[in-house]
Design a protein around this ligand. Structure first.
Ligand SMILES: Nc1ncnc2c1ncn2[C@@H]1O[C@H](COP(=O)(O)OP(=O)(O)OP(=O)(O)O)[C@@H](O)[C@H]1O
Length: 338
């Protein structure tokens, strides 16, 4: 459904050439839900903007829905819906009118545009707001309207650029319920960028991680976590000598790494820790070693990024969330004081 080969995009700036995307190749199959992750400035939006024909490519090639993004941008635009970071609705228009106008822009007849608008108002639970001015909607309602706008022409592929950024946790969860429902009903292919690691982990079937303009990982979240991060195991033994012997045994476990023993504590990283640990502890008991405490911590996508780059992706997304919180507080303060 989406295919890119060696895509690059550079920008000439006063400070010099910025290579935002440096040889991106990817493939997304029909009906997949793929999350595109990466720290600020990794090149995610630039990639999405090239795939959605909003930005010309510097070199390489891409097809979306079977249409070449450089040679047939109109074909691509007919096939996709794009929900960008800024809200797409006009503040002084009513919700249903906004949808109908969008439909007309896609050359739908008036009756068809109204029928589709009402259908989407239902799917995205915006019926009660159809006659409200867009300016009066909450953040979460606005994002749902943005998605409805992107779906008016019934696209096969939906691009969502940071759909839930700036929403409170309840609105984020609600937005996701709607996206998942839509996907179940339509079988649409969904390609989204997000800063929220938990969101990518639980919602996406496949995660692509970008850093410095390049793809550094592309797989199902569980596999990425198992292969690149592994479970963190921590065992407490009753004596230091038991811990030393247990560490020697741990060295022989398959996929084990980073075995560390300090006093009575033994820690290591391993794949499938939850499954392997009961048997390992039994073996230690058989050797006369006593395990007093055991803890297995499952890895996160941040651990994957850390193992790939030595940096934390969470810190980058926390920085974004902090900026958002400051923006919320500033908006609130200015509303209160005005
Ligand atoms: N129009 C532009 N002119 C110059 N540089 C640009 C332009 N657009 C993007 N860049 C640069 O390209 C790089 C990639 O930016 P991009 O917006 O694609 O990153 P991103 O991964 O989407 O980041 P974020 O998560 O912060 O949205 C950054 O260094 C950015 O400053």
């Amino acid at each position: 459904m989406i295919q890119a080969t060696d895509l690059t995009r550079s920008f000439k700036t006063k400070a010099g050439l910025v290579e935002a995307v440096r040889g991106l190749s990817l493939q997304v199959e029909e009906g997949e839900l793929v999350a595109f992750l990466g720290p600020n400035g990794a090149g995610k939006s630039t990639s999405v903007r090239m795939l959605t024909t909003l930005l010309p490519i510097t070199s390489g090639s891409a097809t979306v829905g079977g249409f070449d993004v450089a040679r047939d941008p109109v074909g691509v635009r007919r096939t996709i819906g794009y929900v960008g970071q800024g809200t797409g609705s006009g503040p002084y228009h009513r919700v249903r009118d906004e949808l109908v106008t969008q439909g007309r822009a896609y050359r739908m007849g008036d009756a068809e545009a109204r029928r589709r608008a009402d259908e989407l108002l239902g799917v995205l639970e915006l019926e009660g707001l159809a006659d409200r001015n867009c300016a009066t909607l909450s953040g979460g309602q606005k994002r749902r309207l943005d998605i409805a706008l992107g779906l008016m022409h019934t696209p096969k592929i939906l691009f969502l650029d940071e759909p839930s950024t700036g929403l409170d946790p309840h609105s984020r969860a609600n937005l996701w319920e709607h996206v998942i429902k839509l996907r179940r009903q339509t079988g649409m292919t969904i390609f989204l960028t997000t800063h929220y690691l938990d969101e990518a982990d639980t919602m996406a079937e496949r995660v692509m991680i970008m850093d410095h303009g390049k793809m550094i990982a592309d797989d199902v979240p569980e596999k990425l976590k198992a292969d690149l991060a592994g479970d963190q195991v921590s065992l407490g033994l009753v004596s230091e000598s038991d811990a030393i012997t247990a560490a020697e045994s741990a060295m022989n476990l398959p996929t084990v790494r980073d075995v560390t023993q300090t006093d009575r504590r033994l820690t290591f990283t391993i794949q499938n820790g939850e499954t392997l640990m009961p048997e390992f502890i039994r073996q230690l008991h058989q050797k006369g070693l006593e395990v007093a405490t055991a803890n297995v911590v499952r890895p996160t996508l941040d651990d994957v990024f850390l193992s790939l780059t030595g940096r934390s992706l969470r810190e980058s997304s926390l920085a974004v969330q902090k900026t958002e919180q400051v923006a919320h507080i500033e908006r609130y303060t200015s509303e209160v004081s005005s």
